[in-house]
Design a protein around this ligand. Structure first.
Ligand code: SAM
Length: 472
């Protein structure tokens, strides 16, 4: 029944295979021989199967767990260096016809103000995001065929890309909208989106159907096979995620990795990124109503094991989490974070507190983007506003090839340095600029190729003199 190559959800996320993997992990969680064999394979830094990764996740031997965390850090450093890519969500509309019981946008919630941005409001929102320094955003919308049809999403993408405010530009629009048809995915692809993001929420079919009692999202098969349709339509950068807290984390962990294995087996390219959101308090939503919440240590272990299992897949953590939690996870494998986020519709242009009412969930990290950038640099990271890969055609298998051979550093490091320089020139406070200008020479020195390093140095002078958007 289990078949990673199949396009049938119940075959590539086979319930029996998940249970068998959990059973195998439970039986071997303190088996030193098995764990050592898995760790030896993991040290090759080419990934693990979901079953192998499940054993590491369950492992109860303290010394082995230390090895797991150390290896996650090493892999992170090998493939991503100290770079952290920044993005922000842009909420277009919170109209929604679904009944998701964990989400405040659910249809029966009559007290949340429903807001849908006009194109003029999207223009203002984009300018506000540009004024913060953002170059990469993820657009978010509820599912509502009447209020938020695909034409509205496409028009909004066009508007966002067209706004050029001062030195600003949104250079990559990622899209997080409900599962849709191949035709609509084709339209999104043609609109020049970066990544298509869709969280599975939970991979357990029974739980999924209970938590999505009404609306189009109720259809487990349609939702779970969405990435297959997106790939069929030509979108080869897709981003997966589960909403931790809804179902047992061990189940989600194995199934999430099975989904990644499926994309690799069926399309030759794994997910571009994996998000690890946890359920948060929101209007009409109390996270305590869900029994499967995970503590900080379990969360860290999940992130470390994902890092080891899929080394070429970026990992994303949002402002749902506190600064403290994010700092810990950055060290273990997270490569991309949001900063200065507003989860209310129109929240960047009009950040009045009462506006927070339309927010999707409470954010824990409320610091302005500039504080986040300085904080990252003070911890030894290199913040990056790079959007280059997809603009240079490095997507899907082409991206994966470059990533696997670790050639990616030749692009990422220069691009990170140049986009950080833009940020420091255009948006940074004096305090952040001072830290950043000290960091730049250190990071430039890490560029191994003499020719590239020289070009970067010349470009930094040009950026200082007003030119923008250099990229490799
Ligand atoms: N409406 C789209 C869909 O159905 O996929 C996606 C947009 S939704 C704005 C983005 C994600 O927010 C959801 O996929 C869900 O995982 C997450 N989310 C919903 N309610 C949440 C809550 N109370 N706390 C944290 N995350 C939540």
């Amino acid at each position: 029944m289990y078949n990673p190559k199949s396009h049938n959800a119940e075959e590539f996320i086979c319930h029996e295979e998940v249970l068998a993997s959990l059973d195998y992990a439970e039986k071997n969680k303190d088996n030193v021989d098995v764990i050592d064999k898995i760790l030896a394979k993991a040290r090759l830094k080419k990934g693990l199967t979901h079953r192998e990764a499940a054993v590491l996740l369950d492992c109860t031997i303290p010394e082995k767990n230390e090895e797991i965390f150390a290896l996650a850090r090493e892999i992170k450093n090998d493939y991503y260096g100290n770079r952290i890519v920044l993005f922000a969500p842009l909420y277009l509309s919170n109209y929604c016809v679904n009944g998701c019981v964990y989400c405040p946008y659910h249809l029966k919630n009559k007290h949340i103000p429903r807001v849908k941005l006009t194109q003029e409001q999207i223009r203002r929102e984009t300018e506000a995001l540009q004024d913060l320094g953002h170059k990469r955003i993820a657009i978010e919308a509820g599912e509502d065929p009447v209020n938020n049809p695909i034409e509205y999403i496409l028009e909004s993408i066009k508007t966002i890309y067209s706004v050029k405010h001062k030195n600003g530009a949104i250079r990559r629009v990622n899209v997080n909208i409900a599962a849709t048809t191949v035709e609509n995915y084709k339209k999104l692809h043609e609109a020049g989106i970066g990544t298509y993001i869709l969280f599975q929420e939970t991979y357990n079919k029974e739980t999924y159907e209970r938590l999505h009692p009404t609306g189009p999202k109720h259809n487990y098969k349609y939702h779970t096979e969405a990435m297959d349709r997106a790939m069929e339509a030509g979108i080869d950068d897709v981003s997966l995620g589960v909403l931790f807290g809804l179902e047992l984390f061990r189940y989600e962990f194995s199934a999430l990795l099975m989904h990644a294995e499926h994309l690799e087996a069926a399309f030759g390219v794994g997910p571009h990124a994996i998000s690890v959101p946890r359920i948060k308090k929101a209007d009409d939503i109390n996270p305590d109503d869900f029994d499967n919440g995970i503590d900080e240590d379990t969360f860290a272990k999940i992130v470390a094991c994902i890092r080891i299992a899929v080394p070429y897949t970026g990992m994303i953590i949002s402002t749902r989490e506190s600064a403290e939690c994010r700092a810990r996870l950055l060290n273990l494998g997270v490569s991309q974070i949001s900063g200065g986020s507003k989860t209310s519709v129109g929240g960047y242009f009009n950040p009045a507190p009462e506006d927070e009412d339309s927010a999707q969930f409470d954010v824990s990290d409320r610091r302005p983007l500039d504080d986040v950038i300085r904080w990252l640099m003070e911890m030894g990271y290199l913040p990056s506003f790079c959007t280059s890969c997809y603009r240079q055609g490095r997507t899907g298998d082409r991206f994966m090839e470059i990533c696997k051979s670790q050639q990616i550093h030749n692009f990422c490091q220069p691009n990170a340095v140049m986009t950080l320089k833009e940020y420091l020139e255009d948006y940074a406070t004096d305090a952040t600029k001072a830290v950043g200008e000290k960091l730049l020479p250190v990071e430039i020195a890490k560029i191994k190729d003499d020719k590239i390093r020289k070009i970067v140095e010349e470009n930094l002078v040009k950026i200082h003199n007003g030119e923008r958007d250099f990229k490799f």
